[in-house]
Design a protein around this ligand. Structure first.
Ligand code: SF4
Ligand code: SF4
Length: 344
């Protein structure tokens, strides 16, 4: 049996579980604020390893074809020029979703005749493409979550950043826009947009949100991104996607009878829900932690005790919150436990 190249225990095939299809027209959106320009990353130290991440693991991440345009050879030529100009001493690793067979094939063909680069097909199980997981899988090194890898001489770049370095640094073009994914149940359709840096979320979402009711907006996805309520938030290079979810806070029992009288909000239920000791969070955690344990310490007001159980190993992937049937906000609790006040 083929050995799976997974960085940590388990992982989750979000791409299979939540396939997202996009409208095939790419909307161009101009900025309603001060225009910003892409900043070339300037390594403080000689770079020895460059990881190019072509293995997005979230359904709301930018798909590779948007940047590769189904022309892998042209993209690899860009990588080659970038290597020559900026990282002449570095070894390159291309992490590629193994299901993108054509890209894997082209990359292997290219890498076969070059000694500075290799192509590594990987299972696109979330959170496989987290930089610390990639570093472990590709370079065999353990890096602490949140650690800056630049002092170690390691740089991780996604496809869009490679393209921006090439366009701005090598071709001398001013890069002041980027591709973003818009997806979620709160939108009329899922689409890819090309947007100027500095544009507000308000402008981006204009006429795109369903007429409906309440919705929630997440920058960089609901798992490890953040929810925003101030839509004057502007797009910079760190924004990869915007997810808009329809707020579903009503649960209807027996909808055929007196639905209005029997409607409850999931908020009401959620606030009083308890951990049911199902162990789902424990099973899914890719780094082998026990999120329920943190939850129980947290509700007892003992955040300091949560920190006794390897909390620092948490890579903040959000899978525990995602899987919890009681909808406990485990990642939020974990972040609070990690950053305690003075006497907690
Ligand atoms: S966020 Fe949850 S599932 Fe992910 S590493 Fe941390 S404890 Fe584990
Ligand atoms: S998934 Fe939720 S309900 Fe299940 S053990 Fe973890 S915290 Fe408790």
């Amino acid at each position: 049996m083929r050995k799976e190249t997974i960085g940590f225990k388990g992982g989750f095939h979000l791409l299979d579980a939540y396939p997202v299809s996009f409208c095939n027209i790419i909307d161009e959106i101009s900025s309603d604020g001060a225009l910003e320009t892409f900043q070339l990353p300037v390594p403080a130290k000689k770079v020895e390893q460059v990881i190019v991440n072509l293995c997005p693991t979230e359904p709301w991440a930018l798909p590779n074809w948007v940047i590769l345009k189904h022309k892998t050879a042209a993209f690899l030529a860009m990588v080659k020029e970038m290597q020559t100009r900026y990282f002449p001493d570095a070894r390159f690793s291309l992490a590629i979703n193994e299901k993108e067979e054509r890209v894997v094939e082209d990359a292997k063909l290219f890498a076969g005749s070059e000694d500075w680069i290799r192509a590594v097909p990987l299972a696109a199980k979330y959170p496989q493409d987290d930089p610390i997981v990639l570093i472990k899988v590709l370079l065999g090194m353990d890096v602490t979550f949140g650690q800056d890898t630049m002092p170690l001489g390691i740089v991780t770049l996604d496809a869009q950043t490679v393209s921006a370095i090439y366009e701005q640094g090598i071709r001398g073009k001013n890069v002041n826009s980027r591709y973003l994914v818009l997806s979620g149940t709160g939108l009329r359709e899922n689409e890819i947009i090309h947007v100027e840096l500095g544009t507000s979320v308000k402008k981006i979402l204009k006429n795109k949100v369903r007429d409906a009711d309440a919705f929630r907006v997440f920058i960089n996805g609901p798992l490890r991104g953040k929810e925003i309520t101030d839509f004057s938030y502007t797009i910079d290079w760190s924004v990869n996607n915007i997810v808009v979810l329809e707020e579903k806070n009503r649960k209807v029992l027996f909808p055929m009878f007196k639905a209005d009288e029997l409607a409850f909000t999931t908020n009401m239920l959620g606030e009083s829900r308890r951990c049911v000791y199902c162990n789902f969070c424990d099973d899914i955690c890719p780094v082998g932690l026990e999120p329920a344990l943190y939850y129980h310490h947290y509700v007892r007001g003992e955040k300091h005790k949560a920190r006794l159980y390897h909390l620092g190993k948490c890579i903040e992937c959000g899978l525990c919150s995602f899987i919890c049937p009681s909808k406990l906000e485990l990642l939020k609790i974990i972040l609070e436990c990690k950053a305690p006040g003075k006497n907690e």
